[in-house]
Design a protein around this ligand. Structure first.
Ligand code: UT7
Length: 325
């Protein structure tokens, strides 16, 4: 079996900052409610002509540069997204074309907020098996394209952005574990009802707002707070480490209350908890790779650090990983 590691990371967030004060002008909400219930102060919304493939390609360029490799060394592209430019084909082929890497395989995976951890696990196994040597993993979302700006329960939570990692053969073990789960019995607590084959677009479906993201926040909260610690335990056990060995933890950035309470349960102080929800909100699959790439860029996470990842999202899906940078 080959050893696998993260060779480089990158991220991109759109320029436009939308503050809680801006949201107060759109829906019946307050900065105080948003900050205290979620931890979010502002989020980024992509421009009208900026889509998942463009944001993903920018994050990917940075990851390739930071990996110190020639882009031609990439032999597979996997993109995690639920808001690709088109329903099909994949965002991965659009990003591939933007990077000038046509010819190699490229595909998307749909695991919502857990998408990056799913893609990481898939790429790890493919490299371990010797099928590929350097896989470009991208998680990118334009959630502003599926937000109902009249629904205060969801519109204040979400943002746009992209994160990327080059996963490749390495001399030492860099991805010590990656564990995945899903429970398809709770699809409707977080989903987009229309636009798929069950409910193709009609004038009625658009008028009824069925192409927007719908969430039962309380139920998702309950599930997330239960599943994320379990998957962290499982990932650490598989990696052969315990919570005391972890230098940093990166949770899916959906709610500061979820993140802080789980970190506290494991005895991880704030200094170990990488949090950027205040600046970007919930960017679904992109939250973890953006936080990882930013923390490496600003020197907070350094070579040799042990980092635990934990994600939860629509599906329901959840996953965890332990990586050594
Ligand atoms: O990324 C995928 C995973 N997603 C998650 O993990 C999200 C999990 N869920 C959550 O983070 C939280 O449930 C929310 C942030 C979505 C909501 O927080 P909450 O503390 O669970 O609030 P709630 O849904 O229980 O609502 C409490 C009140 C309600 O009013 P009433 O019914 O008690 O009168 C809501 O209508 O807060 C109201 N509310 C708001 N008020 C002001 C809901 N959204 C807003 C808002 N501004 N934006």
């Amino acid at each position: 079996m080959k050893k696998v590691g993260i060779l480089g990371t990158g991220y991109y967030v759109p320029e436009r900052i939308v503050t809680n004060a801006d949201m107060e002008k759109i829906v019946d909400t307050t900065d105080e409610w948003i900050r205290t219930r979620t931890g979010i102060t502002e989020r980024r919304f992509a421009a009208a002509d900026e889509f998942v493939s463009g944001m993903g390609a920018k994050a990917a360029e940075m990851a390739i540069k930071n990996a110190g490799i020639a882009r031609e060394e990439i032999d597979l592209i996997i993109t995690a997204t639920i808001t690709s430019d088109y329903s099909w084909p994949s965002a991965a082929v659009l990003i591939q074309d933007k990077l000038g890497l046509n010819g190699i395989p490229a595909f998307d995976i749909s695991a919502a907020c857990t998408g990056f951890v799913y893609a990481l696990a898939i790429s790890r196994d493919m490299i371990m098996a010797g099928s590929y040597k350097k896989i470009l993993v991208i998680a990118a979302e334009k959630l502003s394209s599926i937000i109902d700006m009249k629904d205060r329960n969801t519109c204040v939570l979400l943002g746009d952005g992209a994160g990327a990692a080059v996963v490749g053969e390495s001399l030492t073990d860099g991805i010590l574990s990656a564990v995945l789960h899903a429970d398809g019995s709770k699809v409707k607590v977080l989903y987009q009802p229309a636009g798929g084959s069950a409910m193709p677009a009609t004038a009625e479906s658009v008028a009824a707002g069925l192409h927007y993201l719908k969430m039962d926040g309380r139920e998702v909260y309950k599930q997330a707070i239960e599943k994320m610690p379990l998957v962290l335990e499982e990932a650490m056990k598989k990696a052969g480490v315990n919570s005391g060995d972890i230098d940093f933890v990166i949770f899916h950035q959906a709610n500061i209350r979820i993140i802080s309470s789980i970190a506290e349960k494991f005895g991880w102080p704030d200094e170990k908890n990488i949090i950027n929800i205040q600046r970007y909100g919930n960017t679904s699959a992109a939250t973890i790779p953006i936080a990882l790439a930013e923390a490496i860029e600003n020197g907070r996470i350094k070579k040799g650090d042990m980092v635990a990842l934990s994600a939860f999202g629509a599906g329901l899906t959840w996953g965890g990983a332990v990586i050594k940078i």
